[in-house]
Structures are given as C-alpha cells and as structure tokens.
Write a protein that binds this ligand. Structure first.
Ligand code: PEP
Length: 268
C-alpha cells in the first residue's frame, strides 16, 4: 500500500435478498475493522435503504450506477440526487460488466462521472483491459484511453462552474479528491484468476505515471489506485504489500462478511 488511506470497496453486484443482506450486515457490524481504512459497500439499489438503516456508519454506501444528469423522464434510471437523498456517498462507474455486458462506452461513463462529481458524490472510476488486449500488449493503451475519458469530463465539469479555467487537463480540479481509480483487468473479474501482485503493481505504476503527466504530480501521488479482480481472503495480503496498490474493489468475496473483513484488514 502507498501513502494514501487504504480504500476497500465491496461490490455486491446484482446479488442478495432481504434475508441474505440482513445476515451480511450482521456479520459486518460484528467485525473488527482496521480504523485506518475507508470502507464502502455497493448494494443493489433496491436494498440501499435497508443497508443504510442497519449497517454501521463506519461503512459508507456506494451505488452501482447513476444517471448522467438531473432526474426526470428517464425510465428505469436512478439519479445522483436520489442517491444522495438516501445516503449514498459514492458511485461505482465504468465497471467492466457495464462496459462489456451492458455496452456503456467511455463517453457515457465520463458524463456520468462528471455529473456525480459535480453533485459531490465520490466516484470509484473503473478501468481495465480485456484478456485479448493484454495479450496484444495493449494494456496501458486501453487503461490510458479509459482514464482520459474520465479526466476530460472532469475538466469539463470544472469548467462548468469556473468558465475562466481553460487548462486542457484538470490539474486544479478539486474533485479529484473524490475519485478513486479502480484498476480491474477484465480477465480477473469473477474468474478466480487474480492478477499477480507484480502484474497489478506494474499497471498501477503506469496509471500513476499517466496521472502525473496528464493531470498533476500532486493528483498522481494523492489519488488512490485500487485493484479489483478475484481478490479474496487468501491473496489480499500479498497484493496489499505492493507500493502502488492503495486498496481493493471486491466482488464475490465481499458477499461474505468475515472474508471481506480480512481483506479490509490486509492494509500494510
Ligand atoms: C468486481 O466486481 O469489481 C470484482 C472485482 O469482482 P470479483 O472480486 O468477484 O472478481
């Protein structure tokens, strides 16, 4: 782990029932969690209220998606304002399942991120390459392209409120404080095929370097870059030792309270 506060998110995806979530909450509430870690869980929308009402305030709540702008005539969508109204502090955007199963593109994701940030929601901004992209040596290109889509939109969000600010990249954008970058190689998500600590570290360094060159040295050093992809209670400790891994985004293992607590407590 690097110098930023360790950050662990649990992405529950489209899983759970009132009963199973109630048990998960009980387990999380009775776990001892390292104090020096930011912990966030992302329940399915329909259970956010249940979670908010019974989970310890120690853990913040993220949504798994949000709309690109103010709510209104957008059937089936959920607005940032509504998420804030029910107590969400974060939103997960650009997750590989939304990119590759649902078909969201960089531009759409960037728009959502810019709007969420402009409304004060934190963004867990996911990026990551497909297996064939890795095998073709395109890992960095893909990650940089996805990062650029977020960074460009963040600039525009900033310009919206400070029209005089014309820097091509947001080196003075205050909202970078509310962005956590999640590097999630698609081949590692839900497959049980975790990246090696060296593979993850290598990409995290490249991301930090991109931030330094294209945003600012300060943003590069402060932004948490977390790893996601088959993290579990057994492999988290080795990953957490890497200098540029500032936390995790956890899918499957976040549905088991004690194992999720082990991952949170892997901070080094
Ligand atoms: C995820 O959904 O972000 C994820 C990393 O899933 P899993 O931990 O199950 O691979």
């Amino acid at each position: 782990a690097g110098s930023g506060k360790f950050f662990v998110g649990g992405n529950w995806k489209c899983n759970g029932t009132k009963d199973s979530i109630s048990k998960l909450i009980t387990d999380l509430n009775s776990s001892t969690l390292e104090s020096d870690v930011d912990v966030v869980v992302a329940p399915p929308f329909v259970y956010i209220d249940q979670v908010k009402n019974s989970l310890s305030d120690r853990i913040e709540i993220a949504a798994q998606n949000s709309w690109t702008g103010k709510g209104g005539a957008f059937t089936g969508e959920i607005s940032v304002e509504q998420l804030k109204d029910i107590g969400c502090k974060w939103v997960v955007l650009g997750h590989s399942e939304r990119r590759h199963i649902i078909g969201e593109n960089d531009q759409f994701i960037g728009k959502k991120a810019a709007y969420a940030l402009s409304e004060g929601l934190g963004v867990i901004a996911c990026i990551g390459e497909l297996l064939e992209e890795r095998e073709a040596g395109k890992t960095s290109d893909v990650c940089f392209q996805q990062l650029k889509a977020y960074a460009g939109k963040f600039t525009r969000a900033h310009k919206h409120t400070h029209t005089y600010f014309l820097s091509p990249f947001p080196d003075a954008v205050p909202s970078w404080d509310k962005i956590v970058v999640a590097y999630e190689p698609v081949w590692a998500i839900g497959t049980g095929k975790v990246a090696t600590p060296e593979q993850a570290q290598e990409v995290h360094v490249a991301i930090r370097d991109w931030l330094s060159k294209n945003v600012s040295a300060e943003v590069a050093s402060k932004t948490r870059i977390i790893y996601g992809g088959s993290v579990n209670g057994s492999n988290c400790a080795e990953l957490a030792k890497q200098e540029d891994i500032d936390g995790f985004l956890v899918g499957g293992a976040s549905l088991k309270g004690p194992e999720f607590a082990t991952i949170i407590n892997s901070v080094t």
